[in-house]
Design a binder for this molecule. Sequence first.
Ligand SMILES: NC(=O)c1ccc[n+]([C@@H]2O[C@H](COP(=O)([O-])OP(=O)(O)OC[C@H]3O[C@@H](n4cnc5c(N)ncnc54)[C@H](O)[C@@H]3O)[C@@H](O)[C@H]2O)c1
Ligand SMILES: O=C(O)[C@H](O)COP(=O)(O)O
Length: 388
Amino acid sequence: MFKYKCLNPIAKVGLDLFSDEYERVEEFAEADAVLVRSASVHDLELPDTLEAIARAGAGVNNIPLDKCAEKGIVVFNTPGANANGVKELVIAGMLLAARDVIGGINWVQKEKENPDITKATEKAKKAFAGNEIEGKTLGIIGLGAIGVKVANAATHLGMNVLGYDPYISVDAAWNLSRSIKHIKKVEDIYSECDYITIHVPLTDGTRQMINQDAIDMMKDDVVVLNFSRDTLVDEDAMLSALENGKVKRYVTDFPNPKVANAKGVLVIPHLGASTEESEDNCAVMAVKELVDYMENGNINNSVNYPSCNMGVCSSVSRVAINHRNVKNMLGQFTNMLAEADVNITNMVNKSKGDYAYTLLDLETGVNKEVIDKLRAVDGVLKVRVIKK
Ligand SMILES: NC(=O)c1ccc[n+]([C@@H]2O[C@H](COP(=O)([O-])OP(=O)(O)OC[C@H]3O[C@@H](n4cnc5c(N)ncnc54)[C@H](O)[C@@H]3O)[C@@H](O)[C@H]2O)c1
Ligand SMILES: O=C(O)[C@H](O)COP(=O)(O)O
């Protein structure tokens, strides 16, 4: 029996994929596996029993990835599963910034008891007029699952699209419309675009990426959209730029006390992935990842451990070892098994950064003594007997 805990509500269609072998628990401390959306895991004490955390979503800055890796806890996310939901809201954000639709709707609410509202509308509407986005230039920083979808959709709306991503994946490049101009220097995005949207993960390298220097390079009346994370933008610099008219609108999906009431900022309450479709997609992908890891030891879409897939075990037993990426680990494991007279029928050893993972299929079962010896190897972080 596996125990799982949901730190946020997770769509039923995903949770229904757990078989009777899984029990939902209320206590984090009891969980073997955890499902989470944006709740912070940083301040939680990670129980020794915890094997895996699946983020039903893209951003993993709410999870202490290294701390988890160090405890042999594999962290997954669900790449692309909510990208369409975000793409649609980014397009909406551009349209809401281009014309004062929200100001107009608020005006109607104020005038709703006015019997002459029809006539008054025709006088008042010029205050809410704006521009069209067709023919304008959109710059996209980060061409991953979301950036690519935004880029392709914007070209269909008649925008000129410039894209910047020095680490673009082959898959993303294949999916990108050929009409998108590949930009090699991010400065060119800043200086050439009427709309700029940022779709990169929050890391120490991207924090405050849109800073005063970046804003200084932008065209007057630029619209900046941030559906990634608030701290990617120096919001003090952004508010000054709105104040002095350099930036026309800042559209953000991340309310905080600084922007919530600031003039010129359109603040959406983190709704990018809050569609039934995205929530379902993320939940299904996250649960499948957890089940495959718990039952087969396979790792798909982990952000702190390497991908590793040996399918379903057809040998007598399978052992999974999470360990540091240092030399001679495999040699020690195979020697120990040979000494115990256990034959290896299949194995995979993969690494990602400082961490590695070894899956071993064995011709016979292994006793506790061998498992304890494997656990005692310097650099081993976790050993799991997947199949006895
Ligand atoms: N508002 C929401 O509800 C919502 C929903 C999903 C994702 N997000 C945020 O959006 C981010 C992106 O999501 P995604 O699904 O597109 O992720 P992704 O991993 O598919 O794409 C991120 C892209 O950013 C690129 N990148 C990284 N550093 C860069 C840099 N310095 N300059 C340019 N490009 C860089 C990567 O190469 C990658 O292609 C997530 O990390 C998350 O923070 C928000
Ligand atoms: O990174 C993400 O996937 C988004 O920010 C969505 O977060 P949510 O699952 O809390 O809506």
